[in-house]
Ligand binder design. Structure first.
Ligand code: NAP
Length: 194
């Protein structure tokens, strides 16, 4: 059954990026073989990527995807990607990128169908993951916490979610990262996320 998983790196104080969309704090953190292996097996289970337009534009800039569109497939394979945006964006040539707008509920059928029973990866940002949580569609939050604080920036999850909804499933160390996995219960009893 398809699960919807928000998997992201974050700072200790809960930011995904600076206000200017910088991830320097993340690149300054030494990588770890454990984290790469864990991410590889996570991606193996993913059928669809979902992201907001700032994350998409960051990827396009940072990976130089308009000039080197083949990089998209090297990173994500042929998985369909849904990019939420209220305005048209230039697509990466040859990648299966579907620009969508409106509520995540309205898009859910298409996203679920495209996943073909594999998992849906909410890449970011935090508010988009929050929209899936609001719609009782988010099953899991996986965090790789880097040893950094920013004080301000793009928030991890600008929502109020208490222990009645979040359950810690796993906690591990991967090099300098702390890896936490939380299950998220639906807000409305009886709602099934997928
Ligand atoms: N630390 C990490 O591992 C990690 C992971 C992911 C992302 N990031 C970074 O974190 C930052 C996230 O940026 P962000 O917080 O601005 O979030 P974002 O979700 O990437 O982008 C937000 C934008 O997406 C569009 N959008 C969101 N929901 C929508 C909806 N329902 N319908 C239509 N459009 C919608 C809106 O822009 P428009 O309508 O104007 O297009 C909104 O301003 C980026 O810098 C990204 O690179 C870091």
């Amino acid at each position: 059954m398809t699960r919807v998983i928000f998997h992201t790196a974050t700072t200790v104080d809960g930011f995904l990026a600076t206000e200017e969309d910088s991830l320097d704090w993340l690149f300054a953190t030494p990588g770890s073989a454990e984290a790469e292996v864990a991410f590889g097996s996570f991606l193996d289970g993913v059928g669809v990527l979902v992201m907001g337009s700032s994350t998409y534009e960051w990827l396009v800039r940072n990976e130089n995807l308009h000039d080197e569109p083949e990089r998209w497939q090297q990173l994500y394979g042929r998985r369909p990607s849904f990019v939420f945006s209220s305005r048209p964006r230039e697509l990466v040539h040859g990648a299966d990128i579907r620009m969508v707008a409106g509520s995540v509920d309205e898009q859910w059928d298409e996203i679920r169908k495209a996943a073909e029973n594999a998992d849906v990866w909410i890449v970011g940002g935090g508010d988009l993951a929050g929209q899936f949580a609001d719609a009782d569609l988010l099953d899991e939050i996986r965090l790789s916490i880097a040893p950094a604080t920013l004080g301000s920036g793009k928030p991890l999850m600008p929502r109020v979610l208490g222990p009645e909804r979040l359950t810690l499933l796993d906690a591990k160390r991967a090099g300098q990262f702390a890896e936490l996995v939380y299950a998220l219960r639906p807000a409305s009893p009886g709602n099934s996320p997928s």
